[in-house]
Design a protein around this ligand. Structure first.
Ligand code: HEC
Ligand code: HEC
Length: 240
């Protein structure tokens, strides 16, 4: 067993070294792919001002502040490469951000290396490991009822509304860090932007969406309460 562990550790180090060496090449290749696939929305300077941006709501992300919404890292931190990979591969539902799953893994890696050059934060900061998501308890009526209670206690309804329709008292005043008005999600229609897997929902309110008023609740709900909240939020979706 100890021998096996050694082998894994060495393998991981070899991979890291190879990654480090490939980095510049990757960003240069990524620049080409970015010019082909991303520039029309995200802009030459990564500031979200591509020529298509004027027609879009929500607007394409400005990458220069290093603020990314869908992450596994704690509130305020830069994302991990896996986080960017997930978003770019799957796209963001109900926005103009398409899924890029048809690109090769190498293309996606190169694109990520290039996107990270737009913000100096990536050269200076190291993101924490992904937050721990404990195993999901059964999704049943009592979990949903407990989730509803937590929803009221921590006041998700302030923005999302008592019935989760995105019409809470603060909803009409919300703006993002880039000065754009932003809607609190309506849980009763459609899909979440980042995906509807229970883990996706859990992650959203335990990490917060950087650059938006959607905060992290990691200090105010326990992991158990968080799972109940997930079940409640998903129970509000109308099945089409
Ligand atoms: C047709 C327009 C469009 C194109 C093309 C496009 N995007 Fe986006 N992208 C968007 C929009 C709009 C958002 C913001 C969605 C939101 O915040 O609700 C976004 C957001 C993102 C985000 C931020 C996710 C987060 O967690 O905050 C990343 C990363 C991203 N795009 C990468 C890319 C890459 C890489 C490409 C090219 C392969 C690309 N995009 C092409 C429109 C586009
Ligand atoms: C201060 C306002 C505010 C509060 C309070 C708030 N949210 Fe949000 N929430 C938002 C905004 C704004 C968005 C939309 C972000 C976007 O689309 O970029 C959002 C989006 C979401 C999403 C959808 C993410 C996606 O991928 O589409 C979920 C799930 C969510 N919130 C859950 C919650 C839960 C659960 C609570 C309470 C524990 C909560 N929110 C409290 C403002 C808030």
């Amino acid at each position: 067993m100890p021998k096996f562990k050694m082998a894994v550790a060495c393998g991981a180090m070899a991979l890291l070294a190879a990654d480090g060496m490939a980095e510049n090449g990757a960003a240069a290749r990524g620049k080409k792919a970015y010019g082909r696939y991303c520039v029309s929305c995200h802009g030459v300077d990564g500031d979200g001002r591509g020529y298509e941006a004027q027609h879009l709501d929500p607007t394409p992300r400005n990458f220069t502040k290093g603020a990314f919404k869908w992450r596994t890292t704690p509130s305020g931190q830069i994302p991990r490469d896996e986080d960017l990979l997930r978003t770019i591969r799957n796209g963001l539902y109900a926005t103009a951000m398409p899924p890029w799953g048809a690109l090769s893994d190498q293309d996606l890696k190169d694109l990520i290396a290039y996107v990270k050059t737009f913000s100096p934060r990536f050269a200076k900061e190291a993101p924490d490991p992904a937050i721990t998501i404990p195993p999901q308890p059964p999704n049943n009526a009592s979990s949903i009822a407990a989730g509803k209670e937590t929803y009221q206690t921590v006041q998700c309804g302030q923005c999302h509304g008592d019935g989760g329709r995105g019409d809470g008292p603060s909803a009409s005043t919300l703006k993002d860090e880039w000065g754009q008005p932003i809607k609190a999600h309506d849980f009763t229609v459609g899909n979440l932007k980042c995906g509807n897997a229970p883990e996706d929902v859990y992650r959203v309110f335990m990490t917060g969406l950087n650059g938006t008023p959607m905060p992290s609740f990691t200090d105010s709900v326990t992991p158990d309460e968080a799972w109940h909240l997930v079940h409640y939020v998903l129970s509000l979706r109308q099945k089409h």
